[in-house]
Design a protein around this ligand. Structure first.
Ligand SMILES: [Zn+2]
Length: 336
């Protein structure tokens, strides 16, 4: 039934020939020049009703009864990434992995990196050490069982590793994750560590160990730190500003950035939940232009997985295995 919904969602959309996409991508890469820096593309796989900005109006107990759209929206993102020949890292929420195991397998089979977005989308600083440890371990085991491979990366719900929850880095490291990408070096009402490193770094945990951190990307314009790495900022800011910031990172600072998007951000048809003005602006602004804007971004910059960027920068063991060209056929989801 879920598969039928996915197929219906994709009906009418032309599934382009993957080989043609690869050729076009290779042509774009050449025309972009040999100085082209490869950046990390990441997708946080969750549904609209998991989002923290809407949490005050959505009861967790109702999640199972809400219209489920994460599968078809993620399928659309797989299709777009295949069209552009881009491999990405999918930080999959355990709740979604339990509901859509075939989706996780398809992300992996298509050549992308599967990483963890935790299990419940609870903010880390609202959880006890024991609760966070348990659910993070379970989310990793769930994904590893589905894909038959080690999961290296972790991203916390709503970037909720902050000054008060740095202890979580020790948990993540002890569970065998090789990198974290949860720290947003900005001031924000829900998250952020303004004085955190701005670029991929080996950071010290409270116990004295170390873990690789790929912080969410920001850039300084006229002394103002701008979050230019995706999500709501990508939809709220004009594209020329995002592009200028990312261009500065690549070409003036010679640094890679990590970009992030959620499947619900390309879904203007999602059910509208009544929330306050601030949450409404954050969640619903420019949903209808986001997919086109994302495709422009994929043409303007070069991308690969988080793991691949960190390996090439010497932060992780280089497996010498370049991510394959992504492929995707939506029909594979039909047996879920
Ligand atoms: Zn999330």
């Amino acid at each position: 039934m879920v598969g039928t919904r996915v197929l219906r969602a994709l009906a009418g959309r032309r599934i382009r020939n993957v080989a043609m996409s690869i050729r076009r991508n290779q042509t774009n890469a050449v025309s972009a020049g040999s100085h082209c820096i490869r950046n990390a593309m990441s997708i946080d796989v969750e549904d609209y009703f998991h989002v923290t900005a809407l949490a005050g109006s959505v009861d967790r107990a109702d999640w199972n009864r809400m219209e489920y759209r994460a599968e078809s929206n993620t399928a659309r993102l797989l299709e777009i990434l295949a069209d552009h020949g881009v491999c990405a890292t999918f930080f999959v929420l355990g709740w979604v992995a339990r509901r859509s195991p075939n989706l996780v397998r398809e992300i992996h089979r298509a050549g992308h990196e599967v990483a963890s977005h935790g299990m419940s989308h609870k903010l880390v600083f609202t959880q006890s050490h024991a609760e966070f440890s348990r659910e993070t371990r379970d989310s990793k085991a769930l994904l590893e069982d589905l894909i038959g491979e080690h999961v290296a990366g972790y991203r916390a719900a709503t970037y909720s590793i902050t000054h008060v929850s740095l202890w979580a880095l020790d948990v993540i490291r002890d569970l065998g994750f090789q990198y974290d990408s949860s720290i947003f070096p900005i001031r924000h009402d829900l998250y952020g560590i303004p004085n955190a490193p701005l670029r991929p770094s080996l950071i010290r945990t409270p116990s004295g160990s170390t873990i690789v951190e790929f912080p969410l990307s920001t850039v300084d314009f006229l002394g103002i730190r701008m979050p230019v790495s995706g999500g709501g900022y990508f939809r709220l800011l004009p594209y020329w500003l995002t592009k200028a910031g990312l261009h500065k990172l690549n070409h003036e600072l010679s640094e890679p950035f990590v970009f992030y998007l959620h499947p619900w951000e390309i879904d203007p048809g999602q059910p509208v939940i009544k929330v306050g003005l601030k949450s409404r602006l954050r969640h619903y602004t420019n949903l209808s232009v986001c997919e086109d804007r994302f495709q422009t971004l994929l043409r303007d910059f070069s991308f690969t997985t988080v793991k691949d960027v960190l390996s090439h920068r010497g932060f992780m063991e280089n497996t010498n295995s370049k991510p394959p060209m992504p492929t995707y056929q939506s029909s594979k989801l039909k047996n879920d």
